[in-house]
Design a protein around this ligand. Sequence first.
Ligand SMILES: Cc1cc2nc3c(=O)[nH]c(=O)nc-3n(C[C@H](O)[C@H](O)[C@H](O)COP(=O)(O)OP(=O)(O)OC[C@H]3O[C@@H](n4cnc5c(N)ncnc54)[C@H](O)[C@@H]3O)c2cc1C
Length: 303
Amino acid sequence: MTIFYRRLPQFDYLRPQTIEAALLALSDAEPVRNQVFSGGTDLIPKLKSRAIKAPPQVIDLKGIPGLDYIEFAADRGLRIGANAIIREVARSEDVSAHYTALAEGASLIASNQLQHRGTIVGNVCNAVPSADSAPPLLAHDAEVAIVGRGGERRVAIADFFITAGVSCLKAGEIVREIVVPPPAHGERSLYLKLAARGRMDLAVVGVAAAVVVADGMFRQVRIGLGSAAPIPIRATQAERHLIGKAATAENIGAAAALAAADTRTRSSHRASADYRREMIEVLVRRALGQLAGVDVGVEAQLQ
Ligand SMILES: Cc1cc2nc3c(=O)[nH]c(=O)nc-3n(C[C@H](O)[C@H](O)[C@H](O)COP(=O)(O)OP(=O)(O)OC[C@H]3O[C@@H](n4cnc5c(N)ncnc54)[C@H](O)[C@@H]3O)c2cc1C
């Protein structure tokens, strides 16, 4: 049972004005994920409940001006700064128009209050399998721009997650932004979330897809899955199966079955492993059918 304390444990609170100052303040002895925060919607409850040990210092990135950008350029794609709040990403016209799955994923995170405080970068850095921004970012083939004292490196979002709650961030590193490449010509995307309650509930499963269908054939297929494994994953077998194939209910059904077979679902109080796997097949089928304009008979499948 989790015990909630009213008071935060003792730590030094730092609010640097620049990323460089934040990097200098980072202690190599403590995991980054417990040391820095932006919205604090994940970190502060964990500190209060003593789910994690309080580090000697906690660094608030929200004091760094100019890090809350959401910038889109047709030739360079999208950049989301570390302090950009979820609500702004969900409401951005550029994100909705060019990265629909991400806008939909962001809009389904928690509540309006949390969306006004929490950030997309925090959602990614939390590195939980149910993060609603993760499947869309996988489907959009995003990269994470990481800064350390030695410079900057870029990591494909598929390689960012190591295991549940653990990212590839090393000691002394901070995520500066998320970069999403320009969408391909004719690309369409969406995100489907299955949760027991409409709002304020984590995904039982989440499925994002970004596809290009031309002349009735799948030219590009990327599928991101949430709560399908200890980390958010791509359904690579399903993607490979569909490329160059006709957009038919039969091909989509076979790809959905491959996506479900690719998972390592687990049972929890939210759902059993078998139910999650089955729902992934249903949601992948539904997502691909919707994007390709093909009737895949998912309603019958659900009964
Ligand atoms: C009641 C409730 C309901 C929720 N519902 C959902 C939901 O439906 N879907 C969902 O996906 N999430 C949900 N969440 C989780 C949470 O709201 C999100 O994960 C949020 O996006 C986190 O953003 P933040 O800026 O508040 O992160 P923070 O709490 O500031 O940070 C989260 C983690 O990331 C690290 N971090 C943050 N920024 C950086 C950075 N720039 N570089 C390196 N590390 C960094 C922190 O150290 C911390 O470990 C819910 C949370 C609560 C409390």
